[in-house]
Write a protein that binds this ligand. Sequence first.
Ligand code: SF4
Length: 385
Amino acid sequence: MSHALLNASGASRWLNCPPSARLEQDFPDSTSEAAAEGTLAHALGELKLQKYFTPMSKMTFTKRHNKIKADPLYTKEMEDYTDEYLDYIKETALRYPSQPTITIEKKVDFSSYAPEGFGTADCILISGDTLHIIDLKYGKGVPVSAEKNPQMRLYALGALKEYDFIYAIKSVQMVIFQPRLDNISVDAMEAETLLNWGNAFVKPLAQQAFKGEGEFIPGDHCRFCRAKAVCRARSVTNTALEDFKGKLPPLLSNEEVGDLLLKAQDLAKWAEDLKEHALKMCLAGETVPGWKAVEGRSNRCFTDVDAAFKELTTKGLAKEEVLYIRKPITLTETETLLGKKEFNTALSEFVVKPPGKPALAKATDKREPLTLKNDAKTDFANTQV
Ligand code: SF4
């Protein structure tokens, strides 16, 4: 499916930085293996929902299932995660007093709020006065929150427009189901509040975005922007680190450390984006003063390791036992091999999760803050005794 200029998945970017929508158009849309994996998992999830909630012959299901299984990105783990997705939707449907109306992979049109805007909602359930939107996220990088999530809200606005004339919807539930991170995030709001958000907040910004107007405002959302490497506004924000030079006394305060770290985080990401962009330009034959593309370092390797070792054993130069190391596969690899259900059944008693090493995170991170102050005090007190 083609993408709208103001698509729901990019909403956090174009709502925060309206002119990015048009600026991005000059850059090619790149795709990744993770995105292809997500698309395949969605196809599998959709197939399972269709089989369960709509009439589908066994033959049709098997044919479509086999096609998905033939994809090199298919894993047993994907089968289990999409089963969890199906189970969650079945449970959600059962919680309603009567069978809800269920729509799967529905194109929703939210163009009344954002010009030409549309997207695809993974699953919509409607019962009584409640609209439920569930979005499957197959990524395992960071947990995605449904709270104040503009993508989910735009889907919900599209769904309200589609179904409001049949159902008197008063309440909207938005769920992000992210099985690989055990993340089920829910947000709820009154339909009226959602409509107000669409009219008062989205509409004016979407108008600006569609016309390529408004202010370039860098932020976290830049990481999803195709212009992120060479965007001037982002460059100005990052190079503003210079402002700190000579401005303050010898030691930084905690406030300054916090502020600088926030800036430095994006500065590091931006430097990587710049490098990637400059390499692309150099490889395309363009000049980036001070830089060139070269062949990276590489290590020697055997053309055929088994044949090479056979040569050694045949000639009596080494024994096979010293040439091969037997080592266990990792826990994650074992889980991928068995699938989550079988892994848990067979091995849960052998699995522990030790506490993680203290790490620095943004104040907005959902984890509980950690302090070693009390333990350190106790240790200190103990040594005194
Ligand atoms: S990189 Fe950031 S500031 Fe620049 S256009 Fe994209 S979203 Fe806006």
